[in-house]
Design a protein around this ligand. Structure first.
Ligand code: ADP
Ligand code: MG
Length: 619
C-alpha cells in the first residue's frame, strides 16, 4: 500500500498552533506584554486601534535583540528562556514555549523593530503569514517595537468570530490590568484609537491599584500579609461594604503570574462569609509566592491555570490570613477561628488518629533454642516475638490493628462488611488475605501485578473514572439526583449566566435539578448523587472558569467540557488518605474504563515497573 503520511509544512503547523495561543486580540496583547517584561523593560507602551482588530503595537525599552535573534524569534520553539527541561521547574520568566511570535506571525502582518544597547543600528523585519517580506537595517531606539496588523487576515472564519469592538477591548483591558498589576515597578501606558486610556507610572502596589481602578479605591483596601513555610501572601482585599456585583476586581497572582482558580476564590469567599450581601463579590488583589517546584503552570497553553502540589494547605492559609486581616482592621465582627474542619486539615487527620504502636512480646521466646540460628547477631537480638522472614508484613501488625480500630469508629458501616480486613489483623500468618494495595504519601496507590508493580496517581485516576461515568450518564440522559432539603440559591453575573445556560441541559443530565434559572439567579433543588451540597457553588464556579478558558470554536462540546470540569472538581485530591477498600475500588474502576491510561486532560494516570526493571536496579 502506498505511503500516505506527510509532514505538514511549517507555515501550516504554525497556523494550527496559533489557534491555541491566539484566540483573540487580547491574547496577542498578553504575549507581547509578557515578552517586553521578560526583556527587562522599565517602560512599556501599548497602542491599540479598533480593539486590536486593525493594530496592536507594543513598544518597550528592554534589552532588544541582535539581528540573528530577531530573525530566529519567529521560529517555532525558538526561545532564549529555557535550555533544558529542568529549567521548567525554576521558571522566572513569563514565556518559555517559544511559540508566541511564530504563532502571531502565522496569522497576521507583523513589523518588528529592535536594537540592543551596544549596537549602533537596529533590525527591522516584516513578516506576513509566516513569510518574511523584508529585513532591513534601521535607526531605532534601544528596545523592541512589535506592530501586529490585520489579525486573522488569512483565517476569515476566525476573524468573523471576533466579538464587537467593545467586547474585544474589554478583554484587552483585562489583560493590561493583569500584567500591569503584577508589575508595579514597571511604567505602562495604553492608547486606544489615539487617546490615552491608562498612564501608570512606576509605583508601589497600592498606588498601582488606585491608578488603575480610580481614587475611590484607596479607602477600601485592607492589606493582607502572611508568610509561612509553603506560601507567602501579600496584597489587599476590599472592605466588605465595597463589595461588587461583578467579579472584575478579583486578582490572584502566583509568582507574578495572573492565574484563575475557582478553588482559591472559594477560600476568599469563605473568609468573607457572613460579611457580604448575597450575590455580591469581594474585591481582592493578592500575590502568592510559592516555591516554583511546587507548581505546574504548563497545564494550559494560555497559562492562566496552575496546578499546585498542595491546594488544601494553600486554601487554609489563604482563608485564615484574609480573615485575620479583616479582623485586625475591625471589619469582621468577631475573629473566630472555628472553621470547617474538613477544609482546614489538608489530610484526613480524623482517620489517622495517632495511637501508640504496641509491640507484642513473646516471653517464652528463647533465641538460643533455635537450631538454625548460630550467627552471632541472633544471640543479641531483642526478645521480640519471632517472625519468620517471609512474613515481614506482620511487622506492621501492631501498628495497623490499632489504626483500624480508630478508623472503625468513624467508618463502622463500611468496615462491617469487610471481614477480610479483620482477619488480616487477627491472624498473622494469613498471607492470602494480605493487603493488595498501598497508598504512598496519600497520593499514589501502589499495587502488585503479574509482571511487577503498578503505581497510579489517585487524583488523575479518579478523574478518569468520574469522567467516563459522567459522559455515559449525560449521553444516556439517565442520571440519579438527590433532592436537597432546602432549595439552594446562587447568584451569577449575566455573562456567567450566559455560559451556564449553554450548559444547563447537560447539567440536568448529570443530576442537577433547577427550579429557577433567570436574570442572575439560579435555584437548585437537586444535585447529582455524589455531589455534596456544600460544594455545589465551587463546582459551578470551576465550571464557569473552565468554560471561559475553552476556545469556543475548536470542536467545542459542552458535554465534554462539563464532564471534564466536574470530574476535576469531584475527584479525590492528592493528600487524601484512602482505606484499602477505596484504594482497590479505584484501581478496579480505573481499569474498567475505556481509556485508563490518561486523565481527561491527557495526563498519565499510572505507570508500571516490571520485575525485570527491578532486577536491573539490583544488579
Ligand atoms: P518565549 O517568550 O516563550 O520565549 P516568544 O515567541 O514569545 O517565545 O519569543 C521568542 C523569543 O524572542 C524570546 O525568547 C526572546 O528571546 C525574543 N523576544 C521576544 N520579544 C522580545 C522583546 N520584546 N524584547 C527582547 N526579546 C524578545
Ligand atoms: Mg513570549
Amino acid at each position: 500500500m502506498a505511503d500516505i503520511i506527510q509532514l505538514l509544512p511549517d507555515h501550516v503547523a504554525n497556523q494550527i498552533a496559533a489557534g491555541e495561543v491566539v484566540q483573540r486580540p487580547a491574547s496577542v496583547v498578553k504575549e507581547l506584554l509578557e515578552n517586553a517584561i521578560d526583556a527587562g523593560s522599565t517602560f512599556i507602551k501599548l497602542i491599540i486601534k479598533d480593539a486590536g482588530k486593525t493594530l496592536i503595537q507594543i513598544i518597550d525599552d528592554g534589552k532588544g535583540m541582535s539581528t540573528t535573534d530577531a530573525r530566529l524569534s519567529f521560529e517555532r520553539h525558538a526561545t532564549s528562556k529555557i535550555r533544558s527541561a529542568e529549567d521548567l521547574f525554576s521558571l522566572n520568566t513569563k514565556g518559555f514555549r517559544g511559540e508566541a511570535l511564530a504563532s502571531i506571525a502565522a496569522i497576521a502582518h507583523v513589523e518588528l523593530k529592535t536594537k540592543q544597547e551596544q549596537d549602533e543600528l537596529g533590525t527591522q523585519i516584516e513578516i506576513e503569514g509566516s513569510e518574511i517580506k523584508s529585513q532591513e537595517v534601521v535607526v531605532t531606539p534601544k528596545g523592541t517595537s512589535i506592530a501586529v496588523k490585520h489579525l486573522f487576515f488569512n483565517i476569515p472564519a476566525r476573524r468573523n468570530f471576533l466579538k464587537s469592538n467593545n467586547v474585544e477591548l474589554r478583554h484587552i483591558i483585562d489583560e493590561f490590568h493583569r500584567v500591569s498589576l503584577a508589575h508595579p515597578d514597571i511604567s505602562f501606558t495604553m492608547f486606544h484609537n489615539g487617546s490615552e486610556s491608562f498612564n501608570l507610572p512606576k509605583s508601589n502596589y497600592r498606588q498601582r491599584i488606585v491608578n488603575i481602578f480610580g481614587g475611590k479605591t484607596n479607602e477600601k483596601l485592607v492589606p493582607v500579609e502572611e508568610e509561612t513555610e509553603v506560601l507567602k501572601v501579600s496584597g489587599f482585599v476590599g472592605k466588605p461594604e465595597f463589595s461588587r456585583k461583578t467579579r472584575t476586581e478579583q486578582f490572584f497572582f502566583v509568582n507574578n503570574r495572573f492565574i484563575k482558580s475557582a478553588y482559591l476564590n472559594h477560600a476568599i469567599n469563605a473568609a468573607f462569609e457572613g460579611l457580604m450581601k448575597d450575590g455580591s463579590h469581594p474585591s481582592y488583589f493578592l500575590n502568592l509566592t510559592v516555591d516554583p517546584k511546587t507548581i505546574d503552570i504548563n497545564i494550559h497553553p494560555t497559562k492562566t491555570e496552575i496546578k499546585f502540589d498542595d491546594e488544601h494547605t494553600l486554601y487554609a492559609i489563604l482563608r485564615s490570613s484574609v480573615k485575620h486581616s479583616l479582623g485586625q482592621f475591625n471589619i469582621a465582627p468577631v475573629l473566630d477561628f472555628d472553621r470547617d474542619k474538613n477544609l482546614d486539615t489538608p489530610y484526613d487527620f480524623e482517620r489517622k488518629k495517632v495511637s501508640n504502636p504496641t509491640v507484642e512480646v513473646d516471653r517464652s521466646f528463647n533465641p538460643f533454642q533455635e537450631e538454625k540460628s548460630p550467627s552471632k547477631s541472633s544471640s543479641f537480638s531483642m526478645p521480640y516475638k519471632k517472625e519468620p522472614a517471609a512474613q515481614w508484613e506482620s511487622l506492621y501488625v501492631g501498628l495497623e490493628s490499632k489504626g483500624t480500630k480508630s478508623t472503625q469508629e468513624f467508618r463502622e458501616v463500611e468496615f462491617e462488611s469487610q471481614p477480610e480486613n479483620e482477619s488480616l489483623f487477627k491472624e498473622n500468618s494469613s498471607i492470602e488475605t494480605k493487603q493488595r494495595t498501598y497508598q504512598l504519601h496519600n497520593k499514589y496507590i501502589i499495587s502488585t501485578i503479574k509482571s511487577g508493580m503498578l503505581i497510579l496517581d489517585q487524583h488523575r485516576a479518579h478523574q478518569r473514572v468520574l469522567y467516563e461515568g459522567l459522559l455515559k450518564h449525560t449521553m444516556r440522559k439517565e442520571a440519579i439526583s438527590q433532592q436537597l432539603l432546602f432549595p439552594l440559591q446562587l447568584q451569577f453575573s449575566s455573562s456567567e449566566m450566559e455560559l451556564l445556560l449553554r450548559l444547563k441541559e447537560d447539567l440536568e443530565h448529570t443530576g442537577f435539578v433547577f427550579s429557577k434559572f433567570e436574570d442572575t439567579t439560579i435555584e437548585i433543588t437537586g444535585v447529582p448523587v455524589n455531589v455534596p451540597e456544600s460544594e455545589v457553588s465551587i463546582i459551578l464556579e470551576q465550571l464557569i472558569s473552565d468554560a471561559e478558558q475553552e476556545v469556543p470554536d475548536s470542536n467545542f462540546s459542552s458535554t465534554d467540557l462539563l464532564a471534564k470540569s466536574l470530574s476535576k472538581s469531584l475527584a479525590i485530591k492528592g493528600g487524601q488518605s484512602l482505606s484499602n477498600m477505596e484504594q482497590e475500588h479505584l484501581v478496579n474502576s480505573l481499569f474498567a474504563c475505556k481509556e485508563p491510561s490518561v486523565s481527561p486532560t491527557n495526563r498519565t494516570t499510572f505507570i508500571t515497573m516490571s520485575v525485570d526493571d527491578f532486577d536491573k536496579k539490583f544488579m
